[in-house]
Each structure stands twice: as C-alpha cells, then as structure tokens.
Design a protein. Structure first.
Length: 409
C-alpha cells in the first residue's frame, strides 16, 4: 500500500512539474519572439526561433540513447530540467545586461535549452508506466494530454496580456521561476525501479537500439509509418498556413486566425475529457481507435480545407480535436505497453526524431505548395496523406489489433 501511495505522489509531482515546465516553455517563446522582433524588426530572425528549436531537438533525439544507457530516467528528467533552468537564468542576464551583439548568444542558448528538452520528453513518457497501474494507462495518458491542452489554451493569451503589462524581460524572470519550480518537483519524484545501465554496449549499438525496437515490433513499425505520413499531413496546421487560409479561403482578418487556433485547442481539450471519461472502452480497443480516428481526420481535413464559411470552419476545427486526441492517446498507450521501461525511452527518442524530421520537412513543403498553387491545394495534399495513413492502418490492422506483448531486447 505504501509503495502504491508513493507512486501516486510521484506521479502527481511529475504531472505538476511537467505542467509548470510547459507553461514556462510557452512564455519563454512569447518573450523571445518579442525581444528579437524589437531588436531586429525582422520576421526572418523571429522564424529562426522555431527553426533552431526543431534542429536542436532533432539532434538531441538522435543522441538521447547514449544518455539513456548511462543514467536512470528520473535523473535524466531532473538534470535536463535543472540544466534548462540554469541556461534560462543565463538568458535572462544576457537579455538585460548586453545591448549589442547579444543575438548570437540568444540563439546559442535557445539551441542548448531545446537540446536538453529533447532528453526530457522521452524520459517523461517512459516514466509514466512505472508510476501508474497498467489498467489505468489510457486514463493517465488522457489526463496528461488534457493538462497539456489546458496549458496551451491559457498560456498564449495570458502570455500576450503579461507581455503588455510587464514587458518581455520580466516575463523571462517569471519563466525562470516556473522552470525552478518544475526542477524542484522533478527532484522530489521517488522512482524505485532499479534499471541496469548497459555499460558494455557500443555507442553505435546504443544509437541504433531505439530504431531496432521500432522496426522489430510490427505494431510500432506500423504506427511509426502512420506517424510519418500524418506528421507530413499536419504541416497544414502550422501558423503560417492557417494565416493564409483565413485570409484567402475565409476572407477574414487576423482575429479569425486566433479563433481557429483557439477552437482547435478547445476541441483537443474536449476530446481529452471524453477519452478520460470513457477510458475503459478505449483501453480495450486501441487498434480500432487508431483506425477510426485516422479515417475521421481524412473527412475533417477535407471539409476544413474546402469550406468558405467561417463559422463552419470554426466548428470543423473544433471537431478535429476528438479523433486527434483519441489517436494520440491510443498510440502512446500502445507504445508504453509494447516496450520495457529502459527500452521504451529509446523507442520514444527514435520516434521523436522521426516526427521532428518529418514536421520540419512538411513545414517547408507545405509552405512551398501554398505559395506555388493555393492554400486549398495544400489541404487536398494533406487529405491525401491522411488517406495513405488510413490505408496503412487498414492493410496492417492485424498488427494494430495484436495483444500487447513486451519486447525483450
């Protein structure tokens, strides 16, 4: 009983620590974009923030197995957050003290912070199964997803208000406080699983292990292939594409850009609440959930891309959240049940690398298609990619519906 209560307490620490870190992450991006724009007036310099974030996270994901081999997951999570907190302190001092020539150092610190974040994400996801009962994984994953959506819903508008009220430099210090709180909470987690490190494994074997886990599991291989196709499709939801969509397809102003984004996150939140309520049903139908949610995304993406009615677009954007959330929770649960804990972190780092790479390419390609043709063509392409993902799920449904069996590398 005491062990169970200890796990419950540790999960709450992980949960609240991650919420604090996520809130800080968004406020941090809001501040940086404002500071860089005030200093340069350049949209290109602003766009380098997500670019450096993505590239650093991609490199971090590739190297993560070397760290996972050497340290326990809780240590990785704690020290990566401590590292981010220290780097943000340096960033705060740099933004205040240096007036000239600080831009290079700002971008360098952005890269380091994102690099450490690339270790924290797979460690967090891999820790979850050891802190909750197996039959509560779906409910737990939906709870974490709901929390992420709530943070997304409140952080952007709150960040904008605070930016006007307090100024960017003061919000950077607030972000530092949130990071510090997250570090303390992560440090208090009690993680009793004693995992052996693999000191005799070569570096190359360690780097390849996550990819091998995905390839050797028919379920993970199918899901990863679907992830790549769907990530390419989801490139239509980046801010730049939606901005053009609102202007060209809906003939509306910038305020509707915000409405569409808000509706999307509200739909994700509502979807998460539904999944949390009916988690026992989803738990027994993970493969089917993947199948029907992907089919739903085909229909919804097509309707959204083709409509010229603003209110209908808002409604469809809201609807997108339910299948998207159901698919994400089902995939996360399948992955968590398929691999053992230490191997799970490596599988997550490999999967994260795939998704970061696909999303980076997708953003560029979708922007090129929109510029060369029009925004409706971009949504038609996205619909086709979701259709391809559904075809993969349909052809490989016998793998998606397999009983979950742990890998034993």
């Amino acid at each position: 009983m005491s062990n169970f209560l200890g796990k419950q307490a540790s999960f709450r620490l992980l949960w609240f620590g991650q919420m604090s870190a996520n809130l800080g992450d968004i406020l941090y991006v809001v501040c940086l974009i404002k500071l860089i724009f005030d200093a340069t007036g350049s949209v290109t310099y602003m766009s380098l923030v997500p670019f450096f974030n993505t590239i650093s996270a991609l490199i971090s994901g590739l190297l993560a197995p070397l760290v996972i081999n050497k340290y326990k997951l809780k240590s990785i999570l704690f020290f990566s957050q401590i590292g981010k907190t220290f780097l943000l302190l340096v960033l705060c001092i740099t933004a205040v003290v240096f007036n000239d020539g600080w831009l290079f150092w700002i971008y360098l610190l952005i890269c380091f912070i994102s690099f450490l974040d690339g270790w924290a994400s797979p460690a967090r996801n891999a820790l979850v199964p050891s802190l909750v009962e197996e039959n509560k994984l779906v409910k737990t994953n939906s709870l974490l997803s709901i929390s992420d959506q709530i943070v997304q819903l409140i952080a952007w508008p709150i960040g904008s208000i605070l930016l006007v009220a307090l100024g960017a430099e003061n919000i950077l210090w607030l972000t530092f406080s949130l990071y510090l709180l997250s570090s303390v909470l992560m440090g208090l987690i009690k993680h009793g699983t004693d995992l052996q490190t693999v000191d005799d494994q070569s570096r190359m074997d360690a780097l390849k292990e996550g990819w091998r886990i995905i390839w050797d599991s028919k379920q993970l291989r199918t899901i990863s292939f679907m992830n790549i196709l769907e990530t390419f499709a989801n490139g239509v939801w980046i801010a730049a594409i939606l901005f053009v969509y609102v202007a060209e397809a809906l003939n509306k102003g910038e305020s509707w850009w915000g409405f569409i984004n808000g509706s999307f996150f509200a739909g994700m939140l509502f979807g998460g609440l539904l999944i949390y309520r009916f988690s026992h049903i989803l738990e027994r139908n993970l493969g089917k959930t993947n199948l029907w949610s992907t089919f739903s995304l085909i229909v919804i993406t097509f309707l959204f891309g083709m409509t010229s009615i603003p209110w209908f677009a808002l409604f469809v954007s809201f609807l997108f959240g339910l299948p998207q959330m159901a698919r994400d929770v089902a995939e996360t649960t399948i992955i968590q049940k398929t691999a053992k804990e230490q191997l799970l972190a490596k599988a997550y780092s490999a999967r994260g690398t795939l998704i970061f790479g696909a999303f980076g390419i997708s953003s560029l390609v979708k922007g090129w298609i929109t510029e060369l043709f029009n925004v409706r063509t971009t949504f038609i392409v996205a619909t086709g990619l979701f259709l391809c993902s559904f075809s993969v799920a349909l052809i490989s449904r016998r793998y998606l519906f397999l009983d979950i069996v742990e890998t034993s590398s």
